[in-house]
Design a protein around this ligand. Structure first.
Ligand code: NAP
Length: 322
């Protein structure tokens, strides 16, 4: 891993500051995910973000192993993130679930294991959330107990680093203040882009030496199950467009660069070869302070990812407020 393109985590490991997103909705053929991941590794992406819930770990693992076998990278060059699904928050399921991921990946360890979402759910037989009469069945698990099981996965060497995702400040504090805490979360992966710049959460994370990792950095895939069809198109924002023209870049690169310059680790998903290669160009330019301030002013706390589920399920016990 190129140390210049990495951030140090609070446990001493390093995370590449630009990651490759692998989530794709069901209708995308699985072989496309393998191909795109191989193209991304060839293009220089060494940080790969996936999850048990994405049901893509066999395909992503295959791509990583292929690129190791053909000599493009070594295992230690790759930083692979997986995530614990909400249906496996019960402490006795945490390691079992990570081992299932490793089996699909055919890898010995993941670099980073995250609690994917802070809302425990009852599992069905296939570890999907149980739905009864259209209602999601929630579980009652103390996230601090889940965290202890995560710590054991790190001690067992199955995950080099452990962290959280979609945690607000209150939940982060709950983990940090846990009596007997052995390891702090190294990161909090949350939705973050110019329309939701997360400035307060970022300041809080920095003050606790927790890296903020941004997903949806390009305005998300607007996946219909999650995102309102009337949601604004980030990459069509006229101010980002004008800035892109000024720097002879694209709105996507401006958005990625803006996040990187604030000390955020950024994930970008593309399954298109041209755009995968384009996204690596984020290291080739800088935004001056005045442009950063202009992009700051685009913030409207607009959250693509959870608005639909929280309105469809008013009993959904999740608050994404800072
Ligand atoms: N922790 C969580 O709860 C969570 C939630 C959501 C996502 N994630 C992770 O974060 C990753 C990224 O988020 P995301 O999947 O929502 O998408 P995203 O990175 O915001 O990308 C959105 C879309 O932008 C397009 N794009 C990429 N590069 C571009 C470029 N240079 N110019 C124009 N368009 C471009 C891509 O389409 P093309 O493929 O057609 O290029 C992609 O569908 C996911 O894949 C997943 O790994 C985590």
């Amino acid at each position: 891993m190129n140390p210049k393109l990495c951030a140090e985590l609070n446990d001493g490991h390093h995370i590449p500051v630009l990651g490759f997103g692998t989530y794709a909705p069901e209708e995308v053929p699985k072989c496309v995910i393998t191909e795109a991941t191989k193209i991304a590794i060839d293009a220089g992406f060494h940080h790969i973000d996936a999850a048990y819930m994405y049901q893509n770990e066999e395909e992503v693992g295959l791509a990583i192993r292929d690129k190791i076998a053909d000599g493009t990278v070594k295992r230690e060059d790759i930083f692979y993130t997986s995530k614990l699904p909400s249906t496996c928050h019960r402490p006795d399921l945490v390691r079992v679930c990570l081992e299932k991921s490793l089996k699909k990946l055919q890898l010995d360890y993941v670099d980073l294991y995250l609690i994917h979402f802070p809302v425990p759910m009852k599992p069905d037989n296939n570890l999907n959330p149980t739905v009864e009469n259209g209602k999601l069945l929630f579980d009652t698990v103390d996230l601090r107990d889940t965290w202890e099981a995560m710590e054991k996965c790190k001690d067992a060497g199955l995950a080099k680093s452990i962290g959280v995702s979609n945690f607000n400040r209150r939940l982060l504090e709950m983990i940090l203040n846990k009596p007997g805490l052995k390891y702090k979360p190294v990161c909090n992966q949350v939705e973050c882009h110019p329309y939701l710049n997360q400035s307060k959460l970022l300041d809080y994370c920095k003050s606790k030496d927790i890296v903020l990792v941004a997903y949806g950095a390009l305005g998300t895939q607007r996946y219909k199950n999650w995102v309102d069809e009337n949601a604004p198109y980030l990459l069509e924002d006229p101010i980002l467009g004008a800035m892109a023209e000024k720097h002879k870049k694209t709105p996507a690169l401006i958005s990625l660069r803006y996040l990187l310059q604030r000390g955020i680790v950024v994930i970008a998903k593309s399954f298109n070869e041209k755009r995968i290669k384009e996204n690596m160009k984020v290291f080739e330019f800088q935004l001056p302070e005045e442009d950063m301030a202009v992009i700051d002013s685009l913030n409207k706390n607009y959250r693509y990812s959870t608005a639909k589920i929280t309105s469809a399920h008013p009993d959904y016990p999740y608050s994404d407020e800072y």
